[in-house]
Write a protein that binds this ligand. Sequence first.
Ligand code: 3HC
Ligand code: NAI
Length: 692
Amino acid sequence: MSDPVTLTRYDDVGLITIQSPPVNALGQAVRAGLLARLKDACNDPSIAVLVVTGAGRGFSAGADITEFDKPPQSPLLGEVIAAFEASARPTVAAIGGFALGGGLELALGIRYRIGFPGARLALPEVNLGLLPGSGGTQRLPRLIGADAALDMITSGRHVMADDALANGLVDAIADDLDEAIALARELASAGERPADWAEAPVAASNAPFEAYAERMKRRRRGFPAPMRCIEAVRAATRLPLKEGLAWERKAFAELKASPESKAQRYVFFAEREAARVKGISRDTPTRQVTHAAVVGAGTMGSGIALCLADAGLQVTVMESSEAALARGLARIESIYDAALAKGRMDKAERDRRLARVSGTVDMAAFANADLVIEAVFEDMAAKRNVFQRLDKICKTGAILATNTSTLDVNAIAMATGRPEDVLGMHFFSPANVMRLLEVVRGAQTADDVLATVMRFAGQIGKLPVCVGVCDGFVGNRMFMSRNQEALSLIEEGALPSQIDRVLTDWGMAMGAFAVMDLAGTDVGWRIRRAREAKRDKREPYPFTVADRLALAGRHGQKAGKGWYRYEPGSRTAIEDPEVTAMIEAVSREKRIQRREIGDDEVLRRCLWQLVNTGALLLEEGIAQRASDIDMIFLNGYGFPAFRGGPMYHADQTGLDRVLADIEAFHALHGERWRPAPLLRHLAEAGRDFADV
Ligand code: 3HC
Ligand code: NAI
């Protein structure tokens, strides 16, 4: 293996280069290499200035996250940085690509920083449930002030080289390494750090610590790391560097051992794993997608068009009438106008994005589209009709996708003469905001079509997860099973407010009933009516209250009343005695003796329904791996990242315990709780979902 850190001489400049692909993570070998090369350089009297840089894609992506579950190995990153800080030679970091986490902390211990154009600098540890643990919380405020440091550390935001120059995070910008080396000589002659750098805490600061803490409590409910980040920056305003570093080291170790950080680190790798489709190699050729088209400009179609235009694509949107088209285009324009009004983009950007979207009522305009996404009504005949027409109009090689949420993608594909070019792209509402994309692989979808869409999804800022064809795919099928359980619980004695409180206290973004009110109680009711003929009448029917709400016009937030009541213009759910009376009446009619249901039972029944259904999906091959299911729930259903996801949570709980609960529920509540064979198999073998 080649040396992960090298030293090269350019006259009187010693260039230390980290070369540890793919991202120059600071694993043990790199840390040891940095120390060794620093020593070599300091022992070489002909070297007057030291420049540290990274080969390949960036300076460094920070600590090697895979090492966090192992005992720390010497030398620690903090020691390496201290050695650079104390170096006898002036030091300069030349940063291209990215300097993240420990990578930026290393650069902060180095006397001067030069950025290459486009370089991104960040302390993203908070996204891993951590705080910067090698001096970032103490050195960054000293360099750019407590306010700017608080912003960077609590958000993990990437700062571009130009902005870094403006706020003092970098001292200069260079176009290439030669220029950086020349600049390094100049900077080095400017002198060392001021004598009080280490001794004095950050100068009296107006940093709004309390305001930040309040904001984090609301926005990052359940995540311990953001609060610790704030405390750490505050420590920098009170303590000399040495003491601040000791404070930070202790807090980092505590967070690293926390279940929340372990879960967030799992999420980091699970997201990257989701991009891999079993059986499709990384070098599968992909098709070019530059011109996209969308059929239907309703809620989803207009959101999808926005998302594509945001990513820089030309999009043609087609509607069934001029009036519907005008409504769809107006919706797109109004969303850009709102972004402009909120200062999220300037007028020129709004105009640029809007100009990428064109409308038509004639599908012939799709003749040259590389990718068509269909988002018409959820009706098989309507969808098949659209695909038959697309088949006639679209060029050879065009990818034809459906956004259906429940229909059989294979049946839609068979409406064309090219089922190998068809697949599902299941966006979540609002499509321009939600990160999840279920990519539905049909029975005949070609490998290169799937590979293209997985890659394309990443390019438009989505997290793609490949799933198979079944009713509801992965997310909605699990979600429905959880909602059905919530509905059974209210017939037995719970109330919507109790269930929603339990779920949100546990970290879910919204409760089950609040979500039903947001989506509209009429939506589920219409689906149930359409499926009524096929329903197994021997199974309990927990939707009676839901049906009555829909029939009574209690359609949720849009009607001002649903499972809850809403004051005009407000989204705050207020418990409604009328709904309680309806629920109690249904329990009476079904001769169910209402009982007090403990919060713990509510939680376990809601969670284990998800997990049991997830196990079935794994077994059926609809989901490729348990971590994919977790990514679907985190990015599409408001599951808290600090819990890792339903399947991860079950593994952490112990599958034997989960199975015991499910067996008990099965005995009490019947068929819907039959344990998934895979769950039983794993629990009995002492294995986890992660092992599958
Ligand atoms: N440690 C270990 N592996 C890492 C890593 C890290 N810090 N950063 C990236 N990788 C791995 C990825 O897992 C991936 O591996 P794979 O190919 O086997 O899946 C590979 O490097 C490439 O990464 P991406 O697929 O993410 O490539 P991108 O080009 O999309 O993104 C990146 C590159 C912007 C560097 C992104 O990987 C990233 O944001 N990395 C994490 C940065 C981070 O969080 N750093 C802080 C670490 S914690 C720390 O430093 C603690 C310190 O304070 C003590
Ligand atoms: P919608 O009713 O808001 O929009 C459908 C649009 O399609 C209407 O504007 C209609 O005029 C247009 N349309 C109908 N037939 C057409 C045709 N032949 N040619 C061109 N346009 C036609 O419906 P929504 O909510 O946007 O749903 C669309 C699809 O997305 C459905 O398959 C739905 O299941 C799916 N979906 C919906 C989600 C949601 O939350 N609304 C989430 C994920 C998927």
